[in-house]
Design a protein around this ligand. Structure first.
Ligand code: ARG
Length: 579
């Protein structure tokens, strides 16, 4: 820890020695930078407590600290604010410390093992925009948790089991009744039947539409699903083929989005633990029967609204989504030594997770493990309605990615000739991720391609552009053999502002971790980029004659670039070579 970070504690102790007892000393970045870097409001709260005037108390405090070497200026402003300006030496020392210890602002010593469940695409359906946020937020939280010191295990939790699968298989069966998979004598041999991702794209909506219209078809799909879950040879082999095709496409898209998992398990893997789980639950005597279904009561006395019982087995004997999640918890706590299992799922599934978490606790499947639901809001189209394609279908994620890539190519990298597509793709991913991570996790937002690909807004392209510029400045310095080591002097207020903002980074990281939301990191990046851009516009860095100033400016650039890169890595955003 750098001594600048201990300043609040030091102040608190010094006040205490003079019998001024304050629970917590908080220095807030000043919104009057002309008066100081920080503001301390202790005199105001103390005045209330002591029924005295803040203007009487403030001098008592400034008396204690006015000669500290940490400050270059200590002053009082009406009605009793204390303004503090940090000494240049202290700021410079902090900056140089950060320059060589990049992780010091991030590693908070969180000594936990956290299991993360995110992504959760359904294999029967094509990966669509509704799956975007879970992947983006989940991956960014995974990266953030690692940065703060935690150990993480991530699992995609594929939706590869359940009625949608029954519907798709039924639709295939209706179209190709003679396929070997559907014959009674099918014995598991390889079948020459090709199915592509485009087929899946077309099959699922047709299949669901039919099933919705006709209860008999729905019943048949249910039946097929039941047989599939009992490993009916033909259905099971076809199912495996579908999963493979779909998974290949999912992997391709997730790779573009810098999303990756330690475990690529699906609901079907959890299903393997179902017998074990049920034996245990019967032993625990938590299962009751209600209207032909097997359920666990999970309501609690303090509930403000009714929490219905968790259904494990539906009246038609199908195993429920809830049961799969309970089996997943069972598997996870038996395989790993976990402190937390954390779900990054659409907030509309909150009730489902309340039920599952309560059932897991009630039956003592979890003991020390904390179960956390980090729900997120919906991404809508620019008009605030669900994001659709022109013909009214749900927008596949690949279509969205392609559209944004196109926009980036035509709007942003007009003058680049080589590698256009790859560069546009990197910028497109940054566009999508930044837009997606900028609102607070639970907030709904509208995805507006025009707005988000604007180079001059609070956007991914804006951030990247200034990173590319910093990077090329540092490269040029290297090419011209301009050596620089650290920051030696501060020549203007803007440099101070940049460093004061750097000082805020650790708290930003801490709050992001506590809120499990990336919004503050996104805002922080925007803020520091703006400051740096002002600094860049005002100074001719490479041609500066004074060697110690030039070295300081380059070191400052490196400090900001390295930290921005670190933060963008957490968000899952890459920086292109050129832009
Ligand atoms: N596949 C589910 C869906 O699309 C999301 C999975 C969320 N994770 C979980 N453990 N249930 O609704």
């Amino acid at each position: 820890m750098h001594k600048i970070e201990a300043l609040e504690e030091k102040l608190k102790d010094a006040l205490k020695k003079k019998d001024i007892n304050i629970k917590e000393v908080k220095l807030t970045p000043s919104n009057r930078p002309d008066l100081g870097d920080y503001q301390y409001n202790g005199a105001l709260s103390l005045a209330k407590e002591l029924k005295d005037s803040p203007l009487n108390i403030a001098p008592k405090i400034t008396q204690i600290i006015k000669d500290w070497p940490e400050f270059k200026e200590v002053s009082i402003a009406s009605p009793g604010f204390i303004n503090l300006r940090l000494s240049d030496e202290l700021l410079i020392d902090f900056a140089n410390h950060s320059l060589t210890n990049i992780t010091s602002n991030y590693n908070l010593g969180i000594n936990k093992t956290i299991f993360l469940d995110y992504g959760g695409p359904n294999v029967a359906k094509v990966l669509h925009v509704g799956h975007l946020r879970s992947a983006n937020i989940g991956q960014a939280l995974n990266n953030l948790y690692k940065a703060v010191g935690a150990k993480t295990i991530s699992d995609i939790h594929l939706g590869d089991w359940g009625r949608p699968m029954g519907m798709v298989i039924l639709e295939i069966k209706t179209r190709y009744p003679n396929l070997a998979y559907f014959q009674d004598d099918y014995n598991g041999e390889d079948v020459n039947f090709n199915i592509t991702n485009e087929d899946l794209l077309e099959l699922y909506p047709k299949a669901t539409a039919k099933a919705k219209e006709d209860e008999c078809i729905m019943e048949e799909a249910r039946q097929i699903n039941l047989e599939l879950q009992n490993k009916h040879k033909g259905y099971y082999a076809l199912w495996k083929k579908i999963v493979q095709v779909s998974l290949n496409e999912i992997k391709r898209l997730y790779k573009d989005l810098n999303v990756d998992f330690d475990l690529w398990e699906g609901e079907s893997d959890n299903y393997e633990y179902m017998n074990e789980l049920f034996t245990y639950l019967y032993e625990q005597k938590v299962i009751t029967t209600s209207e032909n279904a097997e359920v666990i009561e999970v309501k609690e006395k303090t509930d403000k609204k009714e929490i219905p019982p968790l259904i494990l087995i539906k009246s038609n004997k199908a195993v429920s989504y809830e049961a799969t999640d309970l089996a997943a918890i069972w598997e996870r706590v038996h395989k790993f030594n976990l402190d937390e299992i954390c779900y990054i799922v659409d907030k509309r599934q909150e009730l489902h997770f309340t039920q599952v978490f309560r059932a897991a606790k009630k039956s003592h499947i979890v003991k020390k493990e904390k179960l956390v639901f980090n729900g997120f809001g919906t991404m809508n189209g620019p008009d605030g309605k669900p994001f659709k394609t022109r013909d009214g279908g749900v927008m596949p994620l690949s279509t969205l990615l392609d559209k944004v890539t196109e926009a980036c190519e035509s709007r942003i990298i007009k003058s680049i000739n080589q590698n256009r597509e790859a560069i546009a793709r990197i910028i497109a991913v940054a566009t999508i991720k930044y837009a997606d991570l900028l609102p607070f996790r639970t907030t709904d937002y509208n995805f507006d391609i025009d707005k988000f690909t604007d180079l001059n807004g609070k956007t991914g392209p804006y951030l990247l552009y200034s990173c590319v510029r910093m990077n090329s400045l540092l490269k040029k310095a290297k090419e011209q053999n301009i050596n620089f080591t650290n920051i030696k002097v501060l020549t203007s207020d803007i440099e101070r502002k940049i460093l004061i903002t750097m000082l805020d980074l650790k708290k930003t990281i801490k709050r992001s971790y506590e809120n499990a939301s990336l919004n503050e990191i996104c805002e922080y990046l925007y803020k520091i980029k703006n400051l740096y851009n002002n600094f860049y516009a005002e100074n001719k860095i490479l041609t500066q004659k004074d060697e110690s100033i030039r070295s300081s400016w380059l070191a400052l650039t490196k400090l900001i670039f390295d930290n921005n890169k670190y933060l963008l890595d957490i968000l899952g955003i890459n920086i292109p070579e050129k832009m």
